[in-house]
Design a protein around this ligand. Structure first.
Ligand code: NAD
Length: 497
């Protein structure tokens, strides 16, 4: 029998990678002609030259987006027509599943099996879901008196710019593309400079699906050039941002300095995963705890990076999480058997190793990992790392690391767990493991987080909102609530007297 399994290394060698911007329906070089090298975190080798867009390119993309919006070629299409085109877009993404997965893995280092099973599939599903939703949403008639008719209708905001991070390049973009395009906006996507390749690639698929010129644009480039120019632009109506809390705060400033554009922020997290002594299944909880911090190399906004354990079960839980971490050692991201890949670049590697050092210096105890791995490959890998004896005042317990580093904190009861859980500036996700339903509900109410999982972690579906309290952000991605970001409400009052 012949082996029909794809050799991803071979495919990577023959892949033709597009690095140009996509403006007004075609690929173009940056006006300046400048490009930057993208080195794969797998082995540090340059895989693409990417257009480095700046103010002039932003002006062109915004003008194209505005023109297309005003033309009505997309914004005034009947919802069922936008649905048809977006469903075709989702289909094309799936038809290019292998290519997109390979680009995603080469670019940001995640395991190819995850890129295939998670990233590309979720992206297509998300766009298809918003396509399916848009011709089923009705506007409102207000309960006014007999002599008036008041309509509450939704309109697209206009030109929407999305600025997204590198950890789930396709999915984070799709969470904004889906609702923004379905609602009839024109769209400009600014991917992270660390992971632009799939964003650039899907622009051509969008055009092929029938999205009119100017409605979907992609501007690769850096934050302080392309990103800042977009966020300061007087003709961008809305910024959908996902990234760090630090950059999110800049978005609010840029909006204030320019045209008061709508700003929606999906930012960082330091999420508590609380395992109480009456946890119904310690094996399941420990496996979920490992996956909550080590999936995607820990480069997850909602990572369960603080494992808060009630004292009686501390040793049993830690023993199981440490055992699970041994099965998750970093490997070659292009090997389908690999479950943990590379850290996105050398800068992020240094950040993660710096936090591991800080944990040691502050007196926490390394229970597993703690080192760089696979250095001989030229790539950027870190062992899954678990710290015990962590106290809440330590940096590793308070700051987002965005890498495979778990801080385990022991508490004496549920009340202390909630207090510590809420004691950081973030409020993205939280989990509680208990068999007591009343306690689960009481804790879910007390935890100041956008998502609370009970007896699970990172349970996910496009039907539920995703986003955070406090400095984890504003607004929500996913679900029908995401339309709130990309539409304006209009009241039309008609006097019938
Ligand atoms: P980042 O803030 O450095 O960059 C995010 C995006 O902003 C990138 O496209 C970047 O080029 C751009 N940018 C940077 N500086 C800018 C500036 N001055 N003006 C305009 N744009 C600028 O974040 P990152 O390192 O790419 O991503 C990691 C962060 O993203 C983590 O904090 C993580 O928690 C967060 N994140 C949040 C969610 C969520 O849904 N809440 C999801 C994924 C990632």
């Amino acid at each position: 029998m012949t082996d029909t399994k794809p050799d991803w290394h071979q495919r990577a060698r023959s892949l033709v990678i597009e690095g140009r911007a996509f403006i007004d329906g075609r690929y173009v070089h940056a006006v300046s002609g400048l490009t930057f090298d993208r080195a794969s975190p797998i082995d540090g080798r340059v895989v693409a030259q990417v257009a480095s867009t700046d103010v002039a390119d932003v002006d062109l993309a915004v003008a194209a987006a505005r023109r297309s919006f005003e033309s009505g070629a997309w914004s005034r299409q009947p919802p069922r027509e936008r649905k048809r085109v977006l469903l075709r877009f989702a289909e094309l993404i799936l038809e290019h599943r292998d290519e997109l997965a390979l680009l995603e893995t080469l670019d940001m280092g995640k395991p190819i099996s995850d890129s295939l099973a998670v990233d590309v599939n979720s992206t297509a599903r998300c766009i298809a879901w918003y396509a399916e939703a848009i011709d089923k949403i009705y506007d409102e008639g207000a309960p006014t008196g007999h002599d008036a008719l008041a309509l509450v209708t939704r309109e697209p905001v206009g030109v929407v710019a999305a600025i997204v991070p590198w950890n789930f390049p396709l999915i984070m973009a799709a969470w904004k593309i889906g609702p923004a395009l379905a609602a009839g906006n024109s769209f400009i996507l600014k991917p992270s400079e660390k992971s632009s390749l799939t964003a650039i690639r899907i622009a051509e698929l969008a055009a092929r699906a029938g999205i009119p010129d100017g409605v979907f644009n992609v501007l690769p480039g850096f934050g302080n050039t392309a990103g800042q120019a977009l966020a300061l632009h007087m003709d961008v109506d809305c910024i959908g941002f996902t990234g760090s809390t630090r950059t999110g705060k800049l978005m609010l400033q840029y909006a204030g300095q320019s045209n008061m554009k709508r700003v929606w922020l999906e930012c960082g997290g330091k999420s508590p995963n609380i395992i109480l002594a009456d946890c119904p299944d310690l094996d399941r909880a420990a496996a979920a705890a490992a996956s909550a911090i080590f999936f995607n190399q820990g480069e997850m906004c909602s990572a369960g990076s603080r494992l808060i354990i009630e004292e009686p079960v501390r040793d049993a839980v830690l023993e199981k999480v440490i055992a699970a971490s041994r099965d998750l050692q970093p490997g070659d991201p292009l090997d389908p058997a690999t479950r943990m890949g590379a850290i996105v670049d050398d800068l992020q590697l240094k950040t993660v190793l710096g936090y591991i050092e800080a944990g040691r210096e502050d007196g926490a105890k390394v229970l597993a990992g703690g080192n760089r791995a696979r250095q001989e490959t030229g790539g950027f890998y870190v062992e899954p790392t678990i710290f015990g004896d962590v106290r809440q005042e330590m940096r590793i317990a308070r700051e987002e690391i965005f890498g495979p580093v778990l801080a385990a904190i022991t508490v004496k009861d549920a009340e202390e767990a909630v207090r510590i859980g809420n004691s950081v500036i973030y409020g993205l996700a939280a989990a509680v493991w208990t068999r007591d339903i009343t306690r689960a509900h009481r804790m879910a109410r007390a935890l100041r987080s956008g998502m609370v999982y009970v007896n699970c972690y990172d349970a996910d579906d496009i039907t539920v909102p995703f986003g955070g309290f406090k400095q984890s952000g504003t607004g929500r991605d996913k679900s029908l609530h995401a339309f709130d970001k990309y539409t304006e409400l209009k009241t039309t009052w008609i006097d019938l007297s």
